[in-house]
Design a protein around this ligand. Structure first.
Ligand SMILES: Nc1ncnc2c1ncn2[C@@H]1O[C@H](COP(=O)(O)OP(=O)(O)OP(=O)(O)O)[C@@H](O)[C@H]1O
Ligand SMILES: Nc1ncnc2c1ncn2[C@@H]1O[C@H](COP(=O)(O)OP(=O)(O)OP(=O)(O)O)[C@@H](O)[C@H]1O
Ligand SMILES: [Mg+2]
Ligand SMILES: [Mg+2]
Lengths: 463, 463
């Protein structure tokens, strides 16, 4: 009476789609839009392309209340014709598993959005893409959820006369636009704040057109894949590096496969671990690998992780984005120096804006970003919320309830410690919490200066 | 420069172990204990066995501060010798994927605990088990994380002279007992509250022995696997039922594969969907399946889901458990009638205890349970917290800050809408929220009666 079963990752997320954020039609519609838009922004950023993202949501039933067709089109690097079925039809398959900052990270999101459309409407989805070569590939696909494999319903190849490069994804799904609309519009607005170099157009089911125009003509340097830092590995990762390395002896293995380890450091670490530097690395015993990782922890003199895997938003972009959307009368933006948690580099940016187009509000308005993704749910579970509600003494900065104050936080890392697959809240790692606190206090000090100047002026007027 | 990769589910949870609750050594130690204890309780409940659970945590390094060996032994139904490697060494493999209430549900937890031990200590784990037959199987295993497969390091078969039946799991892991200890002890205490028929012994690294004795000699009726309810399916599930059914025509398919559909109801639903009842079910078109699911939604006259898939804690067990641990001076326990959300049955139980061994506290103490699992983290994200902080007008029930009040909530369902794989908070489905509100208000009314009686007595004394 005990029956064992194995299920595929697609089946796991199908049965437990709450875990991926697809809990009800309004939230699921939001998730579909964000997962596809984030894929499009990744595809432009990795190619250092100024993003043009076009999103349309059309009614797919007569009442226009329950079923919608979502189309997302971008001018990104496109997907290889041969790769399209697996990229969009397989869970835990993607191009973002390397160690560098990216919006995507799990290999789940885009596929989940298309899977959700499939299970609510029983219709295939369409992917059209080209890398700018001679051909445009068009697929109609469904997902074999039990097997976690794509099913090609139709495949056409078109000649690419104009050498178009980009991707179009179209899916029909059950949603609830009237409930979801405020969050969807906030998502586009916040996306525009941290991507002021993007043209974003959203056409909604009622035909309303929302345009966010590019205000900066720059594309940031994309992050580059990095080697692991010795403080960021465990025995499993070291065993995999050993299995794949071309290095012969342990010393050159350390120098070649890790960042921040030169020949001298390698010798010192190996001495601490009691391992002969000349020993063939593929001959290391179980015990020796464990001692090596332990020696990494004890060595204590590694330089901080490299930052080439990072691509922060940047003070200039945050200023341009906040000004373009909110026209605040006061604005202060801070980018902290890079830091790290558990051997993983990260950088925190923060901004405080006051007045102008910002509405007075009972509670401080918080815009949260992680890897340039707007986070709109689970605010109370997020480390940024914890910082602004527990670590900042707002009255000491002259900030009272009901003031028009907006705080922006941005965390960038090749590995953001999200709390859920749905990427809505960031865990309160002590190092991240500390960096956010420093950044927000710095902005708050600037705000206090501004507010006292206003006070003085008001006092002078009265006299 | 775009490199596609596919990763296994074990690799996914290895890279993102935060998502499964394994975020730092203190929390990971807690997770290992709970995942193994919950597996043991499932193994006794499914066999209707009075649980004897023995847990020992021993220091595994000289200081006793950082590495521990955890052993969990139960008298449950055991695991078949041939099944042991996959059950413990493969993620998304388990015996709890059927539609009935169980503590386990994802096929991840126990394997994750053992995986965590492996990556922090590079040592194999041990599983010893017998189903009470002639043999006891003993395995030393590791997990091939990249392939999501077990690696058998050693396998011994012992004769089972005394016909012992049960399972022993032993793993060495990095932890932080001093930080984790309060939560671990609360976990055992809360487990004893809803399992008063269990003998639980916990021996900690300092040699302290914590005993929770059985106070009820009953084993509840285990839940039974049920057929899906028409309101609980989508086209994917219907397509799978069609693929596996032995039924010939659509009408008998509906009657045989679903609960709450008799021949007459089947005819009415098929009329609504515009499908001929005599049609061969395996000939149904894409469109017809979609119309069938739509007709389920519109029919509106299905009886509520069956409750044989449920196994609530029970008023008697909750009373016995709370009295045994807290000896309150007042106690009121409520079990609501079964309800359902999205075609999935659930039952809510609640209790309010006052005084006795309950400490006065600034905020109301909340003990949360889902499928008899104590939930100790993410309180503010949980639906029970939302109800007691937003839906109950405590002063109107004479409850003031600083009173010794404890609220217990228990949600049981074949599918609890957990927010995370780490099972710490339940989503606020409206139906669940409403049932919790009703249950707690009923207990609060009883408390108000008791508190006013106390007031009267105090007033009488003064005169
Ligand atoms: N618009 C697009 N342009 C180019 N490539 C894309 C696009 N959308 C998806 N892809 C490719 O498909 C892969 C899978 O996408 P998916 O969203 O499922 O996972 P991911 O983005 O890697 O991770 P996450 O689950 O965090 O979103 C991506 O890694 C990317 O290579
Ligand atoms: N102590 C035990 N006694 C009997 N069977 C066990 C025991 N521990 C684990 N198992 C078996 O191993 C399987 C896998 O356990 P695991 O904890 O990984 O997943 P699960 O319990 O099914 O789901 P969850 O991830 O929600 O815990 C279980 O389904 C069960 O069949
Ligand atoms: Mg993605
Ligand atoms: Mg389990």
């Amino acid at each position: 009476e005990v029956r064992f079963e194995e299920i595929s990752p697609a089946d796991f997320f199908y049965r437990n789609r709450d875990l991926a954020g697809f809990s009800n039609p309004a939230r699921s519609l939001y998730m579909c839009i964000r997962e596809l838009v984030e894929n499009s922004l990744d595809a432009t950023e990795v190619g250092r392309i100024l993003p043009n993202i076009w999103v349309s949501l059309e009614s797919a039933d007569e009442n226009g209340e329950r079923f919608f067709t979502l189309t997302v089109k971008d001018n990104g690097i496109g997907v290889d014709g041969a790769m399209i079925p697996k990229a969009f039809g397989t869970v835990l398959y993607g191009s973002k598993y390397g160690f560098k900052q990216s919006r995507g990270t799990f290999g789940v999101g885009g596929t989940m959005a298309l899977l959700y459309g499939q299970i609510t409407t029983n219709t295939p989805f369409t992917v059209i893409s080209s890398r700018g070569g001679k051909e445009i590939h068009e697929y109609k696909l469904m997902i074999d959820i039990v097997e976690n494999k794509p099913k090609v319903i139709e495949h056409k190849v078109h000649p690419n006369a104009k050498r178009w490069r980009g991707t179009i994804v179209r899916v029909t799904l059950e949603g609830d636009y009237s409930t979801s609309r405020p969050k969807i519009l906030s998502y586009f607005e916040m996306t525009a704040v941290v991507n002021p170099n993007a043209n974003i157009v959203f056409v909604d089911p009622k035909g309303r057109v929302y345009v966010f125009r590019r205000v900066i003509e720059k594309a940031p340097e994309p992050p580059r894949e990095g080697k692991p830092h010795p403080l960021g590995v465990d025995v499993e990762t070291v065993n995999r590096l050993i299995a794949n390395t071309k290095s012969r002896d342990v010393r050159s293995f350390l120098v070649n496969e890790f960042q921040r380890i030169g020949p001298k450091t390698a010798e010192e670490v190996l001495k601490l671990a009691g391992i002969d530097p000349e020993k063939r690395v593929k001959d290391l015993t179980h015990d020796e690998v464990t001692r090596l990782v332990e020696a990494f922890r004890q060595y204590g003199k590694f330089r901080a992780p490299e930052t080439s895997t990072l691509s922060p938003v940047g003070v200039e972009f945050i200023e341009a984005g906040l000004k373009s959307i909110y026209r605040p009368e006061f604005l202060h933006v801070v980018q902290r120096p890079p830091s790290s948690y558990s051997g993983i580099p990260f950088v925190v940016e923060a901004a405080i804006a006051y007045g102008g187009g910002i509405e007075p509000s009972e509670e401080i308005q918080l815009l949260r970003f992680a890897n340039k993704i707007p986070l709109l749910y689970d605010e109370k579970a997020d480390v940024s919320w914890k910082v602004i509600s527990e670590r900042i003494d707002w009255p000491s900065y002259k900030v009272q309830k009901g003031m028009p104050v907006l705080v922006l936080t941005s965390i960038c890392s090749p590995k953001v410690p999200y709390k859920t697959v749905g990427k809505e809240a960031v865990s309160d790692r002590p190092e991240i919490e500390r960096e956010l606190t420093m950044a927000i206090r710095e902005c708050a000090r600037a705000l206090r200066l501004y507010l006292s100047q206003i006070e003085k002026r008001e006092a002078a007027k009265k006299r």
